[in-house]
Design a protein around this ligand. Structure first.
Ligand SMILES: Cc1ncc(COP(=O)(O)O)c(C=O)c1O
Length: 490
C-alpha cells in the first residue's frame, strides 16, 4: 500500500529496474540534503483535501459556470449597466504578448507601442466627447467621479476658495454613486428632488445657487433614460458663479456621434469604458472610468498621462497634478480593448451603435407601454423605465416580475432604481440584441403581467422555481455571504 492516501495505484510497491545506461545525477551535484527527516517538522496527519477525480473537478466547474447567467447566455437588460456584447477580437488584442507581458516599469523607449495605445485612446475620447483632455487612471465609474471631484477641490484650493465651496448639487435622477463620491471627496451633498418631470429645469437650481456651490452633478442621459435638454443653460448658470458642471457620462452609449458633452458646457465627465466601449464589467472591476475635463481643469489632471513627444510618446505629470489615483498607468488591458472597439467601429459605427441602442429601448417601450406603467412620458434614449403600478393592484411587485423573468429564461432588468420611480423596472437592451430576442423578452414580460392579472400572484411570489436556487434572502446573501467551502464534517 502506498503511504500517500489518494495516490493508491500511482506509487509502485517495488521500483521497476530499468536496465538502461545513463547519468543518475543528470549533470547535477550529488544530492546533499539529509535523508533523515526526523527533525524536520512534517505534518503528521493528512491535510484533508478533497480527493477528487479529474473528471469530477471538470464537471464541477463546468456545472457552476452554467448556474450563472451572463451576457454570453442571453439578453441582459440590466438598466444603467449597459451589458453589451464584448467582442472577442478585443480580448485577442489585449492578450498579445507585447501588451499582456509589458512590465509597468519598462522604460519608455521599450513601451512606445503601449504608450501609443494610451495616447490614441485619449485622443479618441476627446474626439467623441469634445473634452479638452482625459486621465485614463480611474478604475471604474465611481472612481472617476471621485477623481473628477478631487480635480474640482484642487482648483478651488489653488484659488484659496475651498473652505467656502462646500456644496455639490445632485438631482435625484443622478446615479446613486454620485452622492457617495461627493461625500467621499469631502463635500456636502444637496439633493434636488424632481419638480417638473424627468428633466432638470434651469430655474429649479436657482434657489440653491450661491458662492458655496462647487458643482452640480448631472447624469446625462439621466437614470430615467432621458436626455437633460437644458444642460447648456444649467452650465451657464453655474459658470456665472465660477462653479462647475460635472456630467456623469456613464450613459454615453446613448449619444455617441450625436452630441458631445464638451459642446454643452460640461467641465468634468467620467465615462465607463466597461459599458460604452465594450470592455468587460467583471464583478465591479477592474474596469476603466476615464475622466475628461475642460480647459480650466487640465493642469490638475493626475499623472502619469500619456502624451505625444516629437515623433514618439511619453508619460507626463502636470505641475499642479492631484495625487495619482491608481498605481502605474491604470488598467492598461482595458485601454487596448476600448481602442480596439473604437477603431473597429469608427465614428460612423459608434454613431450607429448609439442609434441601435436607442431604437432597441424604444422598441421595448412601444411593445410594453400598454401593459406596464410608464411613469414619465419624456422620450426614451438607451433605456426605458416602467413601474410595477398596474401589477401592484394584483399583488405583484417589481421583485416578483424580476423573479418571474428568471423562470422564463431572462436576466431581470434593474429594479427599484432610479429611486424617483416607485417599483421601478429599468430596462436597457443595448444595441447587441436583435428583434427576435427583444420579442421573446416582450412575450415573457406580457406573460408575467397576464399571470398577475389572472390570479397568479401567489405563483409569482414563489418564483423562480426553475432556476438552480429558488428565491434568495437577498439582504442576508449580500450582508453575510458564505464565500468559503467547508467540508461536511468540519
Ligand atoms: C450612470 C452611472 N454612473 C456611475 C456608475 C458607476 O460606475 P461603476 O459601477 O463603474 O463604479 C454607473 C454604473 O453602472 C452608472 O450607470
Amino acid at each position: 500500500m502506498s503511504d500517500f492516501p489518494g495516490t493508491t495505484g500511482l506509487i509502485l510497491e517495488e521500483p521497476i529496474l530499468f536496465d538502461l545506461p545513463g547519468d543518475p545525477d543528470a549533470g547535477l551535484d550529488p544530492a546533499d540534503v539529509p535523508e533523515d527527516l526526523a527533525e524536520v517538522p512534517l505534518r503528521q496527519a493528512p491535510l484533508g483535501l478533497p480527493n477528487v477525480a479529474e473528471y469530477r473537478v471538470v464537471r464541477h466547474y463546468t456545472r457552476i459556470s452554467q448556474y450563472n447567467y451572463g451576457i454570453e447566455s442571453g439578453l441582459f437588460p440590466l438598466g444603467s449597466c449597459t451589458m453589451k456584447h464584448n467582442p472577442r477580437v478585443n480580448e485577442l488584442l489585449a492578450a498579445l504578448d507585447g501588451f499582456a507581458w509589458l512590465h509597468p516599469e519598462a522604460p519608455e523607449q521599450w513601451s512606445q507601442g503601449a504608450l501609443q495605445v494610451a495616447v490614441e485612446l485619449n485622443e479618441a475620447l476627446q474626439a467623441i466627447t469634445g473634452m479638452q483632455d482625459f486621465t485614463l487612471l480611474p478604475a471604474a465609474g465611481a472612481h472617476g467621479e471621485f477623481t473628477g471631484l478631487c480635480l474640482i477641490s484642487a482648483y478651488y484650493e489653488a484659488r484659496g476658495e475651498l473652505d467656502r465651496r462646500r456644496k455639490i448639487l445632485i438631482p435625484e435622477t443622478a446615479h446613486g454613486t454620485n452622492p457617495a463620491s461627493a461625500a467621499l471627496a469631502g463635500f456636502e451633498v444637496v439633493n434636488l428632488p424632481p419638480q417638473r418631470g424627468a428633466v432638470l429645469q434651469p430655474d429649479e437650481i436657482l434657489p440653491y445657487l450661491d458662492d458655496s456651490v462647487a458643482c452640480l452633478m448631472l447624469t446625462n442621459p439621466n437614470t430615467l433614460g432621458v436626455f437633460e435638454s437644458h444642460i447648456e443653460a444649467i452650465a451657464e448658470r453655474l459658470h456665472e458663479l465660477d462653479a462647475f458642471l460635472y456630467c456623469d457620462g456613464a450613459n454615453l452609449n446613448a449619444i455617441m456621434g450625436k452630441a458631445r458633452p464638451g459642446d454643452f458646457g460640461v467641465d468634468v465627465i467620467h465615462l465607463n469604458l466597461h459599458k460604452t466601449m465594450s470592455t468587460p464589467h467583471g464583478g465591479g472591476g477592474p474596469g476603466c472610468g476615464p475622466v475628461g475635463v475642460s480647459e480650466r481643469l487640465v493642469d490638475f489632471l493626475p499623472g502619469p498621462r500619456p502624451v505625444r513627444q516629437g515623433d514618439g510618446f511619453s508619460w507626463a505629470t502636470p505641475a499642479q497634478a492631484i495625487e495619482p489615483v491608481k498605481q502605474f498607468y491604470g488598467h492598461f488591458g482595458m485601454f487596448v480593448r476600448a481602442l480596439a472597439y473604437i477603431r473597429r467601429l469608427g465614428g460612423e459605427g459608434l454613431r450607429r451603435a448609439s442609434e441601435r441602442a436607442v431604437l432597441n429601448a424604444n422598441y421595448l417601450r412601444a411593445r410594453l407601454a400598454d401593459t406596464f406603467e410608464l411613469p414619465f412620458d419624456d422620450p426614451s434614449l438607451h433605456e426605458v423605465v416602467f413601474s410595477d403600478k398596474r401589477q401592484k393592484m394584483h399583488g405583484v411587485s417589481a421583485l416578483d416580475i424580476a423573479k418571474g423573468l428568471i423562470d422564463r429564461g431572462f436576466h431581470p432588468p434593474t429594479i427599484y432604481f432610479p429611486l424617483v420611480v416607485s417599483g421601478a423596472l429599468m430596462i436597457e437592451p443595448t444595441e447587441s440584441e436583435d428583434q427576435a430576442t427583444l420579442d421573446q423578452f416582450v412575450a415573457a414580460m406580457i406573460d408575467i403581467a397576464e399571470q398577475a392579472a389572472s390570479g397568479g400572484a401567489d405563483a409569482l411570489h414563489d418564483a423562480p422555481t426553475r432556476s438552480f436556487r429558488g428565491r434568495l434572502d437577498e439582504a442576508t446573501a449580500a450582508r453575510k455571504p458564505i464565500l468559503r467551502w467547508t467540508p461536511a464534517d468540519e
